[in-house]
Ligand binder design. Structure first.
Ligand code: CU
Length: 130
């Protein structure tokens, strides 16, 4: 019984090590930025483990709880929210361990914190491949 529990625990860091790591900057000018990309866009495979490594810089305004930008994943076809992908960012760096949507297709990321007068433009494309 003890050995079984130990094996279960040991498998967790291993699974995370295999996750796709995505570097994201949620910047003070109310824009998402990804290193090496002129227009930020995230592409993942359906159902794969994703580690989102985020750096967030405060814009002109933020939430009372201290979150400075948000990250909500919506289905492009009907703008419904994807469960488990409604994130809030604090100033500085943070990491999220997520699972990509199981349904391939086009999605949109939108900021959910009113971070400046340019907040409405804080969005990017998110593609899920089969
Ligand atoms: Cu924002």
């Amino acid at each position: 019984m003890m050995a079984f529990a130990g094996a279960m625990f040991a498998s967790v860091p291993c699974a995370r090590a295999q996750a796709r790591v995505i570097e994201l900057l949620a910047d003070r000018d109310s824009r998402y930025k990804i290193p090496g990309q002129r227009t930020p866009e995230i592409t993942v495979k359906a159902g794969e483990a994703v580690t989102l490594h985020v750096t967030a810089r405060r814009g002109k305004t933020w939430n009372r709880d201290g979150s400075i930008h948000g990250f909500a994943l919506l289905r492009a076809k009907d703008r419904t929210k994807v469960e488990g992908w409604n994130l809030l960012f604090q100033p500085g760096t943070q990491e999220f361990h997520l699972v990509a949507p199981s349904e391939p297709g086009e999605y949109i990321v939108v900021c959910t914190v009113i971070c400046s007068e340019d907040h409405e433009g804080m969005n990017m494309k998110f593609i899920v491949l089969p």
